[in-house]
Design a protein. Structure first.
Length: 300
């Protein structure tokens, strides 16, 4: 591929996304006529029409839609790679505000932010732990973290923190007193420590084994909105808890609780960092994304 092709492909992606030569030209800092000339040259070299043009509208052809579907992620990845290389030596200043559930704050963000601040000491980070579905744009956040299926479709979403797993835990004293459940159906006879979301919903315990999913509405004497308290209650022998395994790692290692039904708790995709739009991403957020990509590739 020639250098001009890459530039023209980026121009095509911008026009196709905006459905407008004028808006794309403003974004790219060129004139609409120059952009139109570049697109005609690209179509001529490819031997296929990518856009339908009229005096009032721009539409993507079938071939253009196929190209755009593959091109968008590729261009974004190239842009992220360039940003990551630049940020390795650049000094990043300013503020970064992130909204995230409490679990993501403790299990994912704290290790990342520690490294981020060591690399960019003039950066100021604000993290708001919030289990509600906050509108990050309306509330002035640069980014948010949520489970992938809970991220709005118009947001850019990037995996953060790797796969996650849940763990069912109970203290030895509780298990001696009440017995050890071996499958989700056995939970009906147990005291379970429940979790309630800010919107009032109680969290169903979600299991899967051999491709078969099973959701259980548990009962129990104690309900929290915070998994750290659920772990503490399990350690005290009040009942069984269903929490992210990262919350239970220390007490499991100390033998203060036992893990149950591990084969029913497979890994799942986990959390995603999300933010609006691919253009004009602040350098503070790009610095975090660069660090995420380093860690996911094993470089950090």
């Amino acid at each position: 591929m020639q250098r001009a092709d890459l530039s023209d492909l980026a121009a095509f992606a911008s026009v196709a996304s905006h459905r407008s030569f004028r808006k794309a030209a403003t974004e790219l800092g060129v004139s609409p006529s120059a952009l139109s000339h570049a697109l005609r040259g690209l179509e001529a070299r490819m031997g296929v029409r990518l856009l339908h043009r009229t005096t009032r509208s721009v539409a993507v052809t079938e071939a253009g839609a196929i190209l755009l579907a593959r091109l968008g992620p590729a261009l974004a990845e190239i842009g992220n790679a360039v940003d990551a290389a630049r940020l390795l030596s650049a000094e990043v200043t300013g503020s970064l505000r992130i909204n995230a559930p409490h679990a993501a704050c403790r299990l994912i963000l704290m290790p990342l932010v520690t490294r981020l601040l060591a690399r960019h000491p003039n950066l100021a980070v604000e993290i708001i732990g919030d289990n509600a579905m906050t509108d990050v744009v309306a509330d002035g956040f640069d980014a948010g973290i949520r489970m992938g299926e809970r991220v709005a479709k118009d947001m850019i979403a990037l995996p953060i923190g790797g796969p996650q797993r849940f763990a069912v835990i109970g203290s030895p004293a509780y298990l001696d007193r009440r017995g050890t459940p071996g499958r989700p159906q056995d939970l009906a006879g147990h005291a379970c420590i429940r979790q309630r979301f800010p919107d009032g919903r109680l969290f169903k315990w979600e299991f899967e084994r051999d491709g078969v999913a099973c959701d259980v509405e548990v009962e129990g004497p104690l309900t929290f909105g915070d998994q750290e308290l659920m772990v503490e209650a399990a350690v005290r022998g009040i009942g069984l808890a269903f929490v992210f395994e990262g919350y239970a790692a220390d007490v499991l290692a100390q033998g203060r609780v036992k893990r149950l039904m591990e084969e029913w708790c497979p890994a799942f995709p986990g959390f995603h960092l999300y933010y609006p739009g691919r253009r004009h991403v602040p350098s503070t957020l790009r610095a975090l994304i660069a660090l995420m990509q380093e860690r996911s590739s094993g470089e950090a």
